[in-house]
Design a protein around this ligand. Structure first.
Ligand code: PMV
Length: 309
């Protein structure tokens, strides 16, 4: 039987602190294991082919193609492992919606690194994988904070400050969030770039917004660590007000946020880059169904319920 290797990586959401995290404030992100990217490696007769099955895209990798993110993660990993280009097909499957704040790019890269390491029988620790994936995140995002690759590679809740060692933290009392997808693809590179343009024009105003977001993140961390889940809803709402100020919300996101709140969610906000993609709503067990139904009625193209623990 011919050799076949598979590796996977989960999705993620940023609970609090997106955008401000690019400017040195803390953010909290958690893995979403209900959605996954998988990379499967099998022998091929000539060269290295990557087949992104869900988007029907096939590319041939050669070491001189540094631009494409998929080719890049392969080339970076091979260079790190000091291995020659193998004659294989790498097939990618992913249930993580693309360009929607759930970390699909970082998850695909992570799955590819893990699969290639296994293919060559090499052991890479999480810090090495994280550094490789971060290099490719720069191609996706421009100036990424590194939060996506960190939470996905380590697959645990993180309190993240750019450039500092990652801090994991304890969830004293598990809680549920409902994730609603607007179905609008939005490029994080563009929203991050637009926030930067605004910051360049009026640094004082943006720094004040980032400070307020940072303070919310700290309060959220202590609420999560002490099991004060009743405080989290209002903190989500406050974070969303500031994301609106940063001009990264959208009509579709606001429609879902409003619907979730009307159906009993105790707080709701967009997640990730914004202007599309996903929002989250904090829900008690007894209103998971009502909020899920309300989001679908309001136009969500998919709804995921996940427990943070
Ligand atoms: O859109 P996502 O889920 O990749 O998240 C981006 C988060 C930002 O804070 C907007 C950017 C970053 O690099 O941290």
């Amino acid at each position: 039987m011919s050799k076949r290797i598979s590796a996977a990586a989960c999705g993620k959401i940023i609970l609090f602190g997106e955008h401000a995290v690019v400017y040195g404030r803390p953010a909290i992100a958690v893995p979403v294991t209900h959605v996954q990217a998988t990379a499967t490696i099998e022998p091929s007769t000539h060269g290295l082919i990557i087949h992104a099955a869900d988007i029907d895209r096939t590319i041939a990798v050669d070491p001189a193609n540094p631009i494409d993110p998929l080719a890049s993660i392969v080339n970076l990993t091979l260079a790190h492992l000091n291995c020659p280009l193998p004659h294989v097909t790498i097939t990618i499957h992913s249930t993580i919606p693309i360009a929607s704040g759930l970390g699909s790019g970082a998850a695909v890269s992570t799955a590819i690194v893990r699969a290639l390491a296994q293919w060559f029988g090499a052991r890479l620790d999480n810090a090495e994988i994280n550094a490789l994936v971060y290099e490719v995140e720069k191609l996706h995002h421009g100036t990424p904070s590194g939060i996506d690759n960190t939470v996905i590679v380590y697959q645990q809740p993180v309190y993240f400050i750019r450039g500092q060692p990652i801090q994991t933290f304890t969830v004293a009392q598990p809680f549920k969030v409902v994730i609603g997808n607007t179905g609008v693809a939005s490029s994080t590179k563009i929203t991050v770039g637009d926030v930067r343009k605004g910051w360049e024009i009026d640094r004082a105003r943006y720094e004040a917004w980032f400070d307020r977001i940072g303070a919310i993140v700290q309060q959220a961390r202590s609420a999560i660590e002490s099991g004060a889940i009743d405080r989290l809803g209002s903190l989500m709402d406050q974070n969303q007000v500031l994301l609106r100020d940063l001009d990264v919300s959208s009509v579709e996101l606001e429609r879902l946020i409003f619907a979730a709140k009307q159906a009993g969610a105790s707080g709701a906000k967009l997640v990730g880059g914004g202007r599309g993609g996903n929002m989250i709503a904090l829900v008690a067990d007894h209103n998971v169904e009502a909020v899920t139904a309300a989001l679908k009625d309001a136009g969500a193209v998919s709804v995921i319920v996940t427990e943070i623990k």
